[in-house]
Design a protein. Structure first.
Lengths: 199, 60
């Protein structure tokens, strides 16, 4: 009883806008806390990409995400078919048309900000403006800079990509240098030299 | 029209055998044998062998 009373008093402290929202979409049905979190059905593709620091031309270091692929952030956006999530659009499978979310993205953002201020963000339905979604997506995509996400590599400049192989070639050449000079001296300082480099 | 006479000397490129990409440009008589010498390569900071690079991969 006392808990209900304290909960009631807490609710009364919330701004009218949030109270209206929770009255229309009760957290026990709609909130992100009660939404199930589906596990990835197939194994996530975590194999490392080929290093871009090779002269191999196939090593691009970046993959364009497939929109149909499973992603943790997309899995967060759950909508119960019986109680459609007001933050998400849904499809009418009979007509094939999309129905807009009940709350637009701007309104969602305002609601989330307000809920954050009063520490009740978990009671809102899952949406694209929630901290959870944003954090998960940030992890997936990195800083929106190509190559900084999980399993991605920065392409870098060509001199950076070919540095390893060039240094290795130089090191090998320097190892063979004394022998080469000895041969060169032996063959009359280039008189009998056959392997001239190509330009 | 008569063809222009070839010059007596040619400009050649001596490439560092340290594979640093460093080279020196020199002038030698056209009929002389290809140049090769020990010279300082500032990339590896050592005296290394420099060999004349043949244009079009044709050695003299």
């Amino acid at each position: 009883m006392s808990t209900t009373q304290t909960a009631g008093s807490l609710v009364s402290k919330l701004p009218q806008r949030l109270r209206n929202f929770f009255a229309r979409y009760p957290p026990q049905i709609y909130s992100a806390a009660v939404a199930p979190r589906p596990e990835p059905t197939e194994e996530a593709n975590t194999e490392p990409l080929p290093s871009p620091y090779t002269p191999n031309r196939d090593a691009k270091g970046h993959k364009r995400p497939d929109p149909a692929e499973f992603s943790p952030s997309r899995a967060l956006l759950y909508s119960n078919p019986d109680h459609p999530n007001p933050f998400l659009p849904r499809k009418n499978f009979r007509t094939g048309k999309w129905i807009s979310p009940r709350y637009g993205l701007r309104t969602q953002a305002a609601l989330v900000n307000l809920a954050k201020k009063y520490n009740v963000e978990a009671l809102l339905p899952p949406g694209r403006k929630s901290t959870d979604f944003k954090e998960t997506r940030r992890e997936e995509r990195g800083l929106q800079i190509k190559g900084t996400g999980i399993g991605q590599k920065v392409k870098g400049h060509k001199w950076e990509r070919t540095m390893e192989s060039r240094l290795e070639e130089r090191r090998k050449a320097m190892m063979e240098m004394p022998e080469m000079i000895r041969l060169w001296k032996q063959r009359g300082h280039g008189r009998g030299w056959k392997q001239w480099p190509k330009r | 029209m008569a063809k222009k006479a070839k010059s007596r000397t040619v400009v050649v490129r001596l490439i560092s055998m340290a594979m640093t990409g460093f080279y020196r440009t020199m002038i030698r008589p056209r009929t002389h044998r290809p140049l090769s010498m020990l010279k300082y390569d500032p990339v590896v900071k050592k005296k290394v062998l420099f060999l004349e690079a043949t244009k079009g991969g044709r050695a003299k």
